[in-house]
Design a protein around this ligand. Structure first.
Ligand SMILES: [Zn+2]
Length: 494
């Protein structure tokens, strides 16, 4: 790109010298796509009869009306379609295999060992639903490096992914998807190893102490990785002060963020099970001084939050869980991944009662209010599915954002430019404008009329390469999938 511009500039100089200034417009080259309706969530504009010129994987020109004359390699009319920037899923464990309980050195260990077949399938399904960029918040780094190489060589097709390597967490988590450094040398070596394998983030998990979190931040920064965290006991305000700049899940469930009058009570009722999530939202004062402090500290350190509302819905009980793994969604999850999700999510709801469900459902209104509040407070948020990355679970997340009270324009912005903001990729993707990657979702219907149309993808373009998304979905529809690999799991908690 740059070389060609220099060349034409010098050619212009030569012709300028040889004869009088030529008045010929430069002919555009590359591929021309035209005749579609362009939806720009950043500008909140809808442009009919739009065109885009794509060259070397980048958008080089954008406009509306009669396409400019050019020396195009290909020209494609996209009449009747709606073009949006490709979607960005900021929480998709694309290269982590299914959760499993294994015995390692005689100890029961929770693992997520890589499963190439599942990863390759989910990468195609991400594209099939218009997701062109993913943040992978933790997976075996070898598998993630292999993914990047396969996408670069064209052996696999899938979204561009920025990865966190092995999740830093003490046992019983283990295997290649987890790591637990205990000395200063080990912390540094782990961050160095992940950086060398091309990882972008260092994922610190909820089992770490404050001192470990600080060690993790230092190691990450020393090797150019962004420290991101899924926390529980350590408050987000404290963690942001320590140097965490990416917060995962709408679950800031630390007692430190509750006001004095309810803090002890929360600590007293909190048990080892999943009830603490709704118990925290029942007690938080979103306008109180502690939360006010949180909003301002998050802004101060330029921290981001990914909302994975599905996790909150899952923790409302069996009915919530049933919303996640519907018959509509199951064909697009690899059978081994689906089986594992069903098994592990039922475990997390063991002993759940009707009363828990009622309270957790009521607390969802606070989860939604918290999500909206972060946005109003100008804390960058984005949309994450916490599944294998993209696919119909991303669509479910969009629907939950609408349920949370965000407007369709806001949701489409958060699903595109907002994701780029959180991944710090605004100069690369998230908008359809000259100079950015040609990542585009061509939809069959208007998502501003019905948000479900956002997942009705006809074609998807990633880095300038166009794929038939409808055909990729049809491939999954045609697969034989057991509707429930483990019939027992659906009874859990009822
Ligand atoms: Zn996750």
């Amino acid at each position: 790109m740059r070389r060609r511009l220099t060349l034409s500039a010098s050619l212009a100089a030569i012709s300028l010298a040889a004869c009088a200034a030529p008045e010929r417009p430069t002919l555009l080259s590359g591929a021309l796509y035209h005749g579609f309706t362009l939806i720009d969530p950043s500008a909140q504009t809808v442009t009919e009869g739009a065109w885009l010129v794509i060259e070397d994987g980048l958008i080089t020109a954008r406009g509306a009306g009669a396409p400019p004359p050019g020396d195009y390699m290909t020209e494609m009319e996209m009449a009747g379609l709606y073009a949006l920037p490709g979607f960005i899923d900021v929480h998709g464990h694309m290269t982590a295999g299914p959760h499993a309980l294994e015995f390692i050195d005689g100890a029961p260990t929770l693992t997520m060992e890589p499963d190439d077949e599942a990863t390759q399938f989910h990468a195609r399904m991400a594209l099939a639903f218009g997701v062109t960029t993913v943040r992978n918040p933790g997976a075996p780094p070898q598998a993630s490096a292999a993914y990047d190489a396969r996408i670069a060589s064209g052996e696999w097709i899938g979204p561009t992914i920025l990865h966190a390597g092995a999740v830093i967490q003490p046992p019983p988590f283990g295997g290649t998807a987890f790591s637990y450094p205990t000395t200063a040398e080990e912390w540094d070596a782990e961050a160095a190893r992940q950086a060398e394998m091309g990882m972008s983030y260092f994922k610190l998990y909820h089992g770490l102490s404050e001192a470990e979190l600080a060690a993790g931040v230092a190691a990450a920064r020393a090797h150019g990785l962004e420290p991101i965290a899924h926390l529980d006991q350590i408050g987000w305000t404290r963690a942001a002060e320590i140097g965490i700049t990416g917060f995962l899940h709408a679950l800031p469930t630390s007692a430190e963020l509750l006001e004095d009058d309810v803090r002890d009570e929360y600590l007293a009722v909190r048990g080892a099970d999943a009830r603490f999530m709704y118990q925290w939202f029942e007690r938080v004062d979103l306008d109180g001084p502690r939360m006010q402090e949180l909003y301002s500290v998050l802004r101060e350190v330029d921290a981001t939050v990914d909302l994975t509302l599905q996790v909150n819905v899952l923790m409302t009980g069996p009915q919530g869980r049933a919303r996640l793994y519907t018959e509509d969604i199951r064909p697009y999850l690899h059978p081994r991944t689906l089986a594992s999700l069903l098994q592990f999510t039922s475990l997390s709801l063991a002993g759940w009662t009707e009363q828990d469900t009622a309270r957790a459902e009521a607390a969802m209104q606070q989860v939604y209010a918290f999500s909206r509040r972060l946005h109003e407070e100008n804390v960058p948020i984005a949309i994450g599915s916490d599944g294998p990355g993209g696919g119909p679970m991303f669509g479910l997340e969009l629907a939950l954002m609408e349920e949370a009270g965000f407007t369709r324009w806001q949701i489409l912005e958060l699903a595109t430019a907002g994701g780029a903001r959180v991944m710090r990729l605004e100069d690369q993707t998230g908008q359809l404008k000259a100079g950015l990657d040609a990542d585009i979702a061509f939809l069959s219907g208007d998502p501003l009329t019905d948000l479900a149309e956002a997942m009705n993808v006809a074609f998807v373009m990633t880095d300038g390469v166009l794929h038939d998304a409808a055909a990729m979905r049809a491939e999954a529809d045609a697969r034989e999938t057991p509707s429930s690999p483990n019939q027992n799991d659906d009874r859990q908690g009822d």
